[in-house]
Ligand binder design. Structure first.
Ligand code: C5P
Length: 224
């Protein structure tokens, strides 16, 4: 049986995570935050003293690591890492381990296993190009680097983390560069992706645009 999948790819801070969760909630579908898997790998690698370029050791780690996503918690080997993986350091570490081809391969099946009825919304960098190439709806979500840095700044300030906006902007640009330039699964739109620039759009507008596309493709009975 084919499970419908909507993929949402794009650079960090484009709103993919928020949009994916909102869409999944509106549709009653499952949601895959693939970036969390890369972040978990980086955080657990560091906690276990593994260098973030030691590919065999990181592959062995992810192949044996019990990970459970449940109701806002991310239980990794029994510890809730939901907050720990959201730090800037975890994001940078994720981008480093994401450049390792063997590690990406090790995470592939784990990501595909999230596709179960009635459907899946998958958010990441290579959801439409590599992980779910047959997905009936692929979205490539962007926003200007300045707008993405602003959004991230506000998120971190709300969490009480002290950050500087210029440093965040620089970090976002560096991460984009690494994600776009890497030889394996680089960040790029799938050929058949619908492009949405969210710079001047509200979350609601983006979600409604994607739902309208999904309805047009007959992915669910009624437009939401
Ligand atoms: O989306 P998020 O910010 O959580 O991703 C963190 C990092 O993990 C990204 O910068 C990217 O390098 C990596 N990643 C990836 N492939 C994915 C999702 C995330 O390489 N599908």
């Amino acid at each position: 049986m084919t499970v419908p999948v909507i993929t949402i790819d794009g650079p960090g801070g484009s709103g993919k995570g928020t949009i994916a969760h909102e869409l999944a909630a509106r549709l009653g579908w499952h949601c895959l935050d693939s970036g969390a898997l890369y972040r978990i790998t980086a955080v657990m690698g560091e906690r276990r003293g593994i260098a973030l370029d030691d590919e065999p050791a990181l592959v062995a780690l992810v192949n044996t690591l019990p990970i459970l996503f449940e109701a806002g918690r991310i239980l990794v080997d029994g510890t809730d890492l939901a907050d720990a993986i959201r730090s800037e350091a975890a994001g940078t570490g994720a981008s480093r381990v994401g450049a390792l081809p063997g590690l990406r391969a090790a995470l592939l099946q784990r990501q595909r296993d999230f596709a179960s009825p009635p459907g899946l919304v998958a958010d990441g960098r290579d959801m439409g190009t590599v992980v779910f190439p047959a997905a009936p709806l692929k979205v490539y979500l962007t926003a200007s680097a300045e707008e993405r840095a602003n959004r991230r700044y506000n998120q971190l300030i709300n969490k009480g983390e002290g950050v500087s906006l210029p440093a965040l902007l620089e970090d976002i640009r560096a991460r984009d560069e690494r994600d776009i330039a890497r030889p394996v699964a680089p960040l790029r739109p799938a050929e058949d992706a619908v492009h949405i620039d969210s710079t001047a759009m509200t979350i609601r507008e983006v979600v409604d645009t994607v739902l309208a596309e999904a309805a047009r493709r007959g992915l669910f009975a009624q437009a939401g």
